[in-house]
Design a protein around this ligand. Structure first.
Ligand code: C2O
Ligand code: CU
Length: 466
């Protein structure tokens, strides 16, 4: 039977009546906690600079930290007080598709002055984040993001738990204001929009006071549009505990250099080994130079009996971390092409074949399997529960940070070893890598480069799980 307009109207009326019936669920919805995206002005750069105009959740930079117990509900009424339509995405959370917040795929962008209720259960403990997902190149660059921390049922054995959101900003050195050319073709066609000013938690100077031998949990989140952070430690020693929210089976000693692509998270447990009176650092490494990304000034230990501790026990695994049936898995290939110094000659944009010159004129520079940007057709349609293996060939000269919504994947190395569970994979130029995941979450899931100018200029597709 075909549904007539009248049927729809009647259904609408019926729902209207249902909404009048007071139930506990509805009452809760009525006082749902609000999160308001709005313009604000913050002291981002050092005090000799003026304040910077940003867009922030509740006018803050970063947005308010959301912390919930594993399995607990997250409920926020998103209120849009921005001059642009927007939506909220919960990066890395394996939640229901309707709550994923991708404007144009899972919902319509929320217009200025309107609201959208996000309500879901956080299934996995770990470090996640939320950010705008409409015109992300601009909206994330303006500051629309925050941390979402899901706590393990038993608190980890650390003295302190700190969230460090790393970001870079493209500021006018005179005025301290953001460069408003968010779609600059040079950025889109090269390494993306990279900043000239780097901050942690929206501040140029992030310092904590810590007693010697403190064990810290550092939850690092890369919220930058395009910058790959290269990090090291000084006066701190420890273990990598989790990647992209998901615990490692065995904690690993922290490598010489930690690489973090946009969107990625790393959870570290570190012991403060610098002696009292000195300062330990999370160090950013750039062209063999070290810069302080965050400082820990070592003060007298109240509990001076504290000694350095042994290796930590792993964080408890999250549910459904296995990727079985690799041999019989559905095979998918993704060929990435384009960008400056690339070999892209022609690709399809909005159903039309174009040569590179025409694509450049449309400010589009990248293709997946010869197609530019998102279309009506998914990259793959998977049956629920099916395992998929995707070979991703980066036939460009730039690195890309491929992020899958709704499901985590594992990398399958050349030698067949299976990597840790992740939601964002950094793939260098001319590299080919393989990932595998179980399509256990139904819906339409975006798969894109988290270098946001790349996503906006072609590097975006989606996967359907039915
Ligand atoms: Cu962090 Cu498509 O998003
Ligand atoms: Cu990219």
């Amino acid at each position: 039977m075909t549904q007539t307009r009248r049927d729809v109207l009647q259904m609408g009326a019926a729902f209207g009546v249902a909404a009048m019936v007071p139930t506990i669920g509805r009452a809760q919805t009525a006082d749902m906690q609000r999160i308001v995206a709005r313009p604000a002005s913050v002291q981002l750069a050092p005090p000799e600079y003026p304040k910077t105009d940003i867009w922030g959740y509740d006018g803050k930079l970063p947005g308010p930290e959301i912390r919930v117990p594993q399995g607990g509900p997250v409920a926020r009424r998103f209120v849009n007080e921005l001059p642009q339509a927007s939506s909220m995405h919960w990066h890395g959370l394996r939640i229901e598709n309707a709550m994923d917040g991708v404007a144009g795929l899972t919902q319509e962008a929320v217009p200025t002055g309107e609201t959208f209720d996000y309500e879901f259960v956080a299934p996995d403990a770990g470090t996640y984040w939320y950010h705008a997902h409409n015109r992300s190149t601009e909206q994330v660059a303006r500051g629309l993001y925050g941390a979402l921390i899901v706590e393990e049922p038993t608190p980890a054995d650390v003295d302190r738990d700190e969230v460090l959101i790393l970001d870079d900003w493209l500021l006018d050195p005179e005025t301290g204001q953001l460069d408003p050319d968010f779609d600059a073709p040079h950025n889109s066609s090269h390494a993306g929009r990279r900043g000239n000013f780097i901050a942690t938690n929206g501040s140029f100077d992030t310092t904590w006071e810590v007693p010697a031998n403190t064990r810290l949990r550092l939850r690092l989140i890369n919220a930058a549009n395009a910058r790959v952070f290269q990090l090291g430690l000084s006066g701190l020693e420890g273990w990598v505990m989790a990647l992209d929210g998901m615990p490692l089976e065995t904690p690993e000693p922290i490598p010489e250099m930690i690489l973090m692509a946009p969107g990625q998270r790393v959870d570290l447990f570190v012991d403060v080994t610098a002696p009292m009176g000195e300062t330990a650092h999370l160090v950013r490494i750039e062209e063999d130079q070290g810069y302080s990304q965050a400082a820990f000034s070592v003060v007298d230990a109240l509990d001076s009996s504290k000694e350095q501790r042994g290796a930590p026990v792993p964080l408890p695994p999250n549910p459904n971390m296995d990727v079985p049936n690799l041999e019989t898995a559905r095979r998918i290939t993704l060929d990435m092409e384009g960008g400056a110094m690339g070999r892209l000659e022609t690709a399809v944009l909005d159903g039309e074949r174009m040569d590179f010159r025409e694509l450049v004129a449309a400010n589009q520079f990248w293709s997946f399997n010869g197609v530019v940007g998102m279309t009506q057709t998914p990259l793959a349609s998977l049956a629920r529960g099916e395992t998929a293996r995707m070979r991703i060939a980066n036939n460009t000269v730039f690195p890309h940070a491929m992020h899958l919504h709704g499901m985590h994947f594992r990398e399958i190395a050349e030698d067949g070893t299976i990597g840790p569970l992740r939601d964002t994979l950094l793939i260098f130029g001319d590299e080919s890598r393989e990932i595998a995941f179980v399509a256990d979450n139904p819906g339409k899931w975006l798969f894109h480069c988290h270098m946001l100018s790349h996503a906006a200029s072609g590097m975006m597709t989606w996967i359907e799980v039915a």
